[in-house]
Design a binder for this molecule. Structure first.
Ligand code: GAR
Length: 204
């Protein structure tokens, strides 16, 4: 049975949607461990309540990145556990190139915009401030650059005149919870091929 590790930093609503999808049989894999760079993450409590093992790893002092020793520790953990796929779910640190190269297996991320628009922090606020009429969310493979790798699935959502940051975030989040488990299923079941930057989904 394939094993999944989910990396989280905060609330963990995407993590919950992935665990629920697994429990409902959307894909066949074990959610083996939830790893966090934040020992106070709400996600850790939620994972424990859902019966998933959790692990906190001190990421080092620099915001947005992981120290070399923490990266090696996380790598060691996922390799020892024979993890098949890593899902970043609101994990707010860049994964090192050396980690990606050594792990070799798929690492997925979800981002709350239609990439390549609005990468980085506060994507929903960026979209609102820019005045776009449509935004959405993206699940992509992780490469060494932030919010950058080949796109697996995207979903669009409208931006309304009377949207607040909160109402827009909620509308996007609802779609995140739909496309992230689906993207994980496609990748686990090998229903894709990569042509350059393009992920061709072949879900027959
Ligand atoms: C989600 O909106 C996710 O797309 C975003 O953080 C939120 C985490 O919420 N991720 C990024 O911005 C990554 N660049 P959650 O903890 O409830 O899943």
């Amino acid at each position: 049975m394939k094993k999944i590790a989910i990396f989280v930093s905060g609330r963990g609503s995407n993590m919950v949607s992935i665990i629920k999808a697994q429990k409902n049989g959307l894909f066949s894999a074990k959610i083996d461990v939830v790893i966090s760079d934040n020992k106070d993450a709400e996600a850790l409590k939620k994972a424990t309540r859902m019966g998933i093992e959790t692990k906190y790893i001190y990421p080092g002092d620099k915001k947005g990145t992981i120290s070399k020793s923490a990266s090696n520790l996380i790598l060691d953990t996922v390799l020892k556990r024979d993890i098949s796929l890593i899902a970043l779910a609101g994990f707010m640190r860049i994964i090192k190139r050396s980690f990606i190269k050594t792990f070799k297996r798929p690492i997925l991320n979800i981002h709350p915009s239609l990439l390549p628009s609005f990468p980085g922090l506060d994507a929903q606020r960026q979209a609102l401030d820019y005045g776009v009429k449509i935004t959405g969310c993206t699940v992509h493979f992780v490469d060494e650059y932030m919010d950058h790798g080949p796109i697996i699935l995207q979903a669009s959502v409208p931006v309304f005149n009377n949207d607040t940051l909160e109402s827009l975030k909620q509308r996007i989040l609802k779609m995140e919870h739909k496309i992230y488990p689906e993207a994980i299923r496609l990748v686990l079941e090998n229903k894709y091929r990569i042509e350059g930057r393009k992920v061709v989904v072949e879900d027959t």
